[in-house]
Design a protein around this ligand. Structure first.
Ligand code: PLP
Length: 406
């Protein structure tokens, strides 16, 4: 049977085969992968889990295995209140919606807010998974300029002035893919711009607990609460496989998100939520976080040191204060998809930058690297191999020019 004729129009918009092929090669055992966005497996509480499960079952009994409210498991919502308050997000338990990872919240927002052709304003570059979540709802994208301090407020202001934007999507803290953080001054400007245009921001914040240097910055949500939907997750500080994310949205929007959820999966796995509730309220999250931060701080430094040691002239990279990624920009004529093939041949993988742009003609000379999933020695070796691949491709392209001229 030819299934292609059965596909809905929106399904065709989900095509992401190039990136899937790239990540497939990257997962080969012969390749050092800086391509994924995986937390280090050794940060997962594998040894603690039996006791955690026992504690959750003792406390919640069969409720941990029962159907539950679409809004989320009550004790988890309660446990998250002080956790979010420590970040500057003021929310009651009722304000917090539990989702299947923050990815589940991104899909829910797309479903509830986007009609075909609606405009979403995104950073250039932006989180690829958000584009994948929104694409099935067939929006159009407009890109907000960015620099080392994150999105550029005048660019956002101009876009909101000129276009009917449904919502703005941004990752202001330790952005995926660049690692950049929107400065406090800019957060105030963004809050003011949102309020002035009566515009909605989806603030995606998976990484703010993973800070290695510098001081915390308040989320935009704390500056313009009625104009921001705040998303976060326990994927980076507990375990991504449990799929526990959260969303704090203005009440009216929250109501629609819950209704939409009922037709999808009813709710996030109750047992995952019960474990998460115990993990937070029993103090394990706070107790274990410093070790995770120390581990990642060393890996981040190893990547920066290796880039400094090996990368040729003409390359620059971000210096993230936290999160999981560093963004590298090469000389203007570099094509990181071509470089990818040479890098894989030498046994190292990254993600070519163009996949992170809503307009894929951009970002050809950029690439994203993850530093959390590999040990410092391995990271150093990966960058040495990458530098070899860069020399090889630039030699080939110079020879290409000479050959063309002849
Ligand atoms: C910016 C951003 N948002 C959302 C997610 C999705 O995370 P999860 O669905 O595991 O919570 C990620 C994961 O890498 C991310 O980087």
């Amino acid at each position: 049977m030819d299934f292609s004729r059965l596909l809905a129009d929106r399904t065709k918009g989900m095509e992401a085969s190039a990136i899937r092929e790239i990540l497939k090669v990257a997962s080969s055992p012969d390749v050092i992968s800086l391509a994924g966005g995986l937390p280090a497996a050794e940060t997962f509480p594998v040894d603690e889990l039996p006791d955690l499960l026992r504690a959750a079952l003792d406390r919640y009994g069969s409720a941990a295995l029962q159907y539950d409210a679409s809004e989320g498991f009550g004790p988890l919502r309660e446990a998250l209140v002080p956790h979010l308050a420590a970040r500057g997000v003021t929310a009651t338990a009722d304000d917090i919606l539990i989702t299947s990872g923050s990815q589940g919240a991104l899909d829910g927002l797309g479903k509830v807010l986007l009609s075909r052709g609606d405009i979403v304003a995104v950073e250039a570059p932006t989180y690829l998974g958000a584009l994948q979540a929104f694409n099935p709802y067939q929006p159009a994208y407009v890109e907000i300029e960015t620099d080392d301090d994150g999105l550029v407020p005048v660019s956002l202001d101009r876009i909101l002035e000129d276009q009917r934007v449904k919502f703005v999507y941004a990752v202001p803290t330790f952005q995926n893919p660049t690692g950049r953080t929107l400065s406090m001054g800019r957060r105030r400007q963004v809050a003011e711009i949102l309020q002035r245009h009566d515009a909605l921001l989806v603030e995606d914040d998976p990484y703010s607990d993973l800070r290695y240097v510098g001081e915390p910055v308040a989320p935009v949500k704390s500056l313009a609460p009625d104009h921001v939907v705040y998303l976060s997750t326990l994927s980076k500080t507990f375990a991504p496989g449990l799929r526990v994310g959260l969303c704090v949205a203005p009440v009216e929007l929250q109501r629609w998100l819950v209704i939409a959820r009922q037709g999808v999966d009813l709710h996030t796995t109750t047992l995952s939520q019960a474990l998460a509730a115990e993990y937070i309220r029993g103090g394990l999250l706070d107790a274990r976080l410093p070790a995770t931060i120390a581990l990642y701080r060393a890996r981040r430094q190893a990547l920066i040191d290796a880039l400094e040691a090996y990368m040729p002239e003409g390359f620059r990279w971000t210096q993230p204060e936290g999160g999981m990624f560093i963004w590298v920009t090469g000389p203007r004529d570099l094509d990181t998809e071509r470089l990818y093939a040479a890098a894989i041949a030498r046994g190292v993988a990254f993600v070519p930058g163009r996949f992170f742009f809503a307009d894929p003609s951009q970002g050809r000379s950029t690439l994203r690297m993850n530093f959390t999933a590999a040990e410092p020695d391995v990271i150093r070796e990966a960058i040495r191999l990458l530098a070899d691949a860069i020399h090889e491709t630039s030699r080939d392209s110079t020879q290409g020019v000479v050959a063309d001229e002849r």
